[in-house]
Design a protein around this ligand. Structure first.
Ligand code: BGN
Length: 354
């Protein structure tokens, strides 16, 4: 038969005096230890929530916090913690009204776009842009057109939530104009400044009139100016790739960039089209409602006569494209100006050979 269990008091009273003292001491030490560990744990928990508070605040007002709390580590944390911008920007409005008869005051425009920083750079402050886009404008003597472009395009590009920069590649001197070579130079020069992953090539006189027509890159090379007013808001021909287009870094490299040897007007955009299809790619386009654009009316520039060699050249793209392009580009930078709304790079492109 089992022995009956004794009540606790009976156990205690059964212990000798020295053992009781030992047990009590042990209990006190144990409780103190327990309390200290709990306190430490609590304090470290409170600490991490303080850090959390700081990092949330940094996201909202990075500049303010940076001045009081600035370590390189913190800066990295800010970039990492920004959520990605959505696929479709909530800031888009659709159709945009454009008028080339209004007077543009560039100083007022600069004031009205305080988030565009020197060199025409912008990135959203509340989300991480999906693409880093260099916008490249081949240029010579079209200051009025450029004013309109900057006036209308900076607000649109910001609404598109892009991380972008504007590069105006200005051909020095008054030799024959070379649009495609200037665009190659824009690609090379912009990459020296920032790790762009997308390149939009835009004529200075074309403005999109719907902000849903995104200045970004797609799975296939993108034609942006698909419905220009001067062509009755449609394509002049199915293979047309002129005006405004966008190529990712990878797409641009695959076609060896653009040809350098189209001097004067016409054909270089057809050569680029040939390069794209030769490398097995196709053209991505917005629909003709979203793709509406307006062109500033003007006379043909001096030193940009029709290129008589263009018919021959475009019939040879397949044979010439691997030798002539970004891998054979040579030029000299004459001057670089970082202006409030864009970077102006004046370049010597040389003269036609042969
Ligand atoms: C085409 C030009 C393009 C120009 C468009 C629109 C040529 C090559 C010989 C057929 N192509 O005729 O460069 O963008 O017109 O103006 O001239």
């Amino acid at each position: 038969m089992k022995e009956p269990l004794l009540p606790a008091s009976a156990v205690t009273s059964a212990l000798p005096g020295a053992s009781l003292q030992k047990a009590c001491k042990f209990l006190v030490v144990f409780c103190t230890l327990h309390l200290s560990v709990t306190l430490l744990y609590y304090l470290s928990g409170a600490d991490s929530s303080i850090f959390q508070y700081f990092s949330i605040n940094q996201q909202q007002t990075p500049n303010k916090i940076n001045s009081t709390y600035s370590t390189p580590l913190t800066t990295t944390t800010i970039a990492k913690e920004l959520p990605s911008c959505p696929d479709t920007s909530p800031l888009l409005r659709g159709p945009v009204t454009v008028n080339f008869n209004v007077q543009i005051n560039i100083k007022e425009d600069i004031k009205a776009n305080p988030h565009v920083t020197e060199g025409g750079r912008y990135k959203p402050s509340d989300c991480k842009a999906l693409q880093k886009v260099a916008i490249i404008i081949p240029f010579r003597n079209r200051d009025l057109h450029l004013k309109y472009w900057l006036h209308y395009m900076h607000p649109i590009l910001q609404r598109q939530q892009l991380d972008y920069g504007v590069y105006v590649i200005n051909q020095d001197g008054d030799n024959t104009f070379n649009r495609a070579k200037l665009m190659n130079i824009g690609y090379a020069e912009s990459l020296k400044e920032y790790d762009y992953d997308c390149f939009v090539f835009s004529d200075v006189d074309i403005i999109i009139i719907d902000d849903r027509n995104l200045y970004k890159c797609f799975n296939q090379p993108r034609h942006i100016s698909v419905a220009m007013d001067k062509f009755g808001f449609g394509l002049p021909y199915a293979q047309y790739f002129g005006g405004v287009s966008a190529l990712s870094k990878d797409q641009f490299r695959r076609i060896n960039g653009f040809p350098n040897n189209y001097w004067g007007w016409g054909g270089e955009d057809d050569d680029i089209y040939n390069r794209i299809v030769t490398k097995g790619m196709s053209i991505s386009r917005p629909d003709t409602v979203t793709g509406k654009c307006q062109m500033i009316k003007h006379n043909r520039d001096e030193k940009n006569d029709d290129n008589p060699k263009r018919f021959d050249l475009i019939s040879q793209t397949r044979q010439t494209m691997d030798k002539d392009g970004i891998n054979s580009l040579s030029y000299k930078v004459v001057k670089t100006e970082k202006l409030p709304f864009y970077v102006k790079i004046t370049v010597d492109v040389g003269i036609p050979s042969g």
